[in-house]
Design a protein around this ligand. Structure first.
Ligand code: AMP
Length: 379
């Protein structure tokens, strides 16, 4: 594929903050960008050249996008696979493509693929009937996390169960959705690696993030992760192995659990930039968003070198109002970079923005991050 050069138009499926930050990176390199997104005035639509406001599977909307764009990518991996196939049938390059998405949209296929590629996931089994709960409880064990195979994210579609009775209750609550049983892992850290692969097969992996979750949603990322170098190397190698095995073109994030004995287990993967890679906007020469652009356009990948230690803090809505106060203190600090996504309703748990603190080491950045976040309030 010949490189898609600046001045070309990129299509973005999904209009959330990941699309917005991609659009800003694309504009910075002189590309045009059009997003297809069901919600009007989306975070991406606000900064794109145009937004097609339509459901993801709207065939007129998809045709319009294909006509206007030279290449199409996505920021939301649960775009229905039929929509991706429609775009592919219109002979438009779409990265990642329908074959890869079919795997990453389904937790069972994803973990099976990972195992085959030599990257061990948490112990898992598909639940085909209610009777399988008993078999899984016996063979894989309790406590467990029962998860819907499709459509879940940020802890949605998940039940942590510690007895067979609780598992049966979860089965009933799932109302026939396809489920997997996963061993609940006693991890010491959660880690992630963002990596990229372009259409000529060049690959690069960013440094490992150490992720702290609150109520199953990412709260903080600490980079570099506070782990021995050989574990960091193993995590990056595993992520690159998966990207290559999948034949990915784009950016890809792999989340791992680190166990006390040093083993790394795959939790999940996402074929797009990731919240835990937002630090790259301020701490690396080439952000994960510019990297996605370079990868899908067939350009050389940018530097993944970490220039400073970084801590990224998510700013979440609290349901107490839509006006964020306290930002002046963040803006007054030369080591802090603030990113707000242009969303209107600060509902509880909604990702409204993030800030990144740079430091000479992670302890310095972390100390400051904890202090600064106390200053932000919604009213
Ligand atoms: P997920 O959407 O699968 O990434 O799950 C969200 C969060 O739930 C993870 O980041 C973990 O903190 C927790 N979690 C998910 N699966 C497991 C598991 N098998 N064992 C322990 N914690 C888990």
């Amino acid at each position: 594929m010949a490189a898609i050069l600046p001045g070309s138009t990129i299509g973005m499926l999904g209009g959330g903050q990941l699309g917005r930050m991609f659009a800003l990176a694309a504009r910075n390199l002189g590309y045009r960008i059009i997003t297809l997104e069901p919600e009007p005035d989306s975070p991406c639509g606000q900064v794109a050249d145009a937004q097609i406001t339509a459901p993801y599977d709207d065939s007129a909307g998809l045709r319009h996008l294909a006509e206007m764009c030279d290449v199409i990518t996505l920021e939301f991996e649960n775009v229905p696979s039929a929509a991706i196939k429609t775009l592919e049938s219109l002979k438009k390059p779409v990265h990642p493509g329908s074959g890869l998405l079919k795997i990453t949209q389904n937790r069972f296929l994803e973990k099976s693929f990972s195992l085959d590629a030599g990257v061990v996931p948490t112990a898992f089994a598909k639940l085909r009937a209610k009777e399988d709960l008993e078999t899984s409880a016996r063979e894989i064990g309790l406590p467990a996390v029962i998860k819907t195979t499709m459509g879940g994210y940020d802890g949605k579609g998940q039940w942590v169960v510690s007895s067979l009775e609780e598992a049966q209750k979860a089965w009933d609550e799932a109302h026939g959705q396809e489920l997997i049983w996963e061993k609940k892992v006693d991890f010491v850290k959660e880690l992630s690696v963002v990596c990229a692969r372009n259409s000529v097969g060049e690959v690069k992996a960013y440094p490992v993030s150490e992720n702290i979750h609150r109520r199953n949603v990412l709260d903080l990322s600490i980079v570099p992760a506070r782990i021995p170098e050989e574990q960091a190397r193993a995590a990056r190698e595993a992520a690159l192995r998966l990207a290559e095995a999948l034949g990915l073109v784009g950016v890809f994030c792999v989340e791992f659990f680190l166990l006390a004995n040093g083993d790394l287990l795959l939790n999940e993967m996402a074929p797009r930039p990731h919240n835990s890679g937002h630090y790259t906007l301020d701490a690396c020469m080439c952000s994960q968003f510019e990297q996605q652009l370079r990868a899908v356009c067939g350009l050389p990948l940018g530097s993944v070198e970490l220039l400073r230690s970084a801590v990224m803090v998510n700013i979440m809505g609290e349901g107490t109002g839509d006006r964020l106060t306290g930002t002046e203190s963040l803006l007054a600090d030369p080591a802090v970079s603030l990113h707000l996504y242009g969303k209107k309703g600060a509902k509880p748990g909604r990702k409204m923005g993030h800030f990144t603190v740079l430091g000479s080491d992670v302890d310095e950045a972390l100390g400051k991050a904890h202090k600064l976040r106390q200053l932000l309030t919604w009213s």
